[in-house]
Write a new protein. Structure first.
Length: 208
């Protein structure tokens, strides 16, 4: 296995990102059935689909997916998922050195939204990517129509790069096998220090 796939559990003060497993099925089934009004453009399983969703994430691991459960430390429950995705490597090197990766496949239960769990999870993933994996770039993207997600990304201090048309598969209901326009965001290595400072200050305000 390529070494970067062996990502450890990442823990902050609000959330712990641990490797996704079938042990998370019960919690995620509950989380997925909270208010679903924010999931119009996001891949979020129904309660009875969580087991097959996790199995599908494991299958995507063969394409470079590293999935996590987002565990809320306040109560120990898994309240969503996130992942590293779309790894790209430096060409022409003997080892498969990672140069860029995406953070994606992210969703949170309604009760965890707006709680700074998302901000801390992104901090943990970005920190590991830049400081342990030594990548040059981290991508983040969302459906261009998903204004809620785009506001959340803007608040993280990452850079908006533009809209790529027909870039990704749509997860919107009724749009199976159709392409969506994707709003693209990124952080590059030279921006990581300022991005990290922004996220830490945001978490400091939340935590008092």
């Amino acid at each position: 296995m390529v070494p970067w796939f062996r990502v450890p559990t990442l823990e902050g003060s609000l959330v712990r990102l641990e490797p996704l497993s079938f042990a998370h099925v019960q919690d995620l089934a509950v989380a997925a059935e909270e208010d679903r009004s924010s999931y119009r453009f996001t891949l979020v399983p129904r309660a009875d689909e969580v087991e097959s969703y996790i199995a599908a994430q494991f299958e995507r691991a063969e394409q470079g997916l590293v999935p996590f459960a987002q565990v809320r430390l306040a109560d120990g429950h898994a309240v969503g998922c996130t992942a590293y995705w779309d790894p790209r490597y430096w060409p022409g090197r003997e080892r498969m050195d990672l140069r860029a990766v995406e953070i994606g496949f992210t969703w949170l239960a309604a009760s965890a939204q707006g709680s700074a769990i998302n901000a801390e999870a992104k901090l943990l993933l970005l920190r590991h990517a830049f400081e342990s994996l030594r990548v040059a770039r981290v991508d983040l993207k969302t459906d261009a129509r998903n204004e809620r997600s785009r506001r959340a990304l803007d608040a993280l201090g990452v850079r908006f790069e533009g809209i790529l048309r027909n870039w990704s598969m749509s997860w919107a209901p009724g749009e199976q096998n159709r392409l969506r326009d994707s709003a693209m965001y990124s952080v590059i290595a030279s921006e990581w220090a300022s991005c990290q400072a922004h996220l830490l200050e945001r978490l400091r305000r939340v935590n008092g």
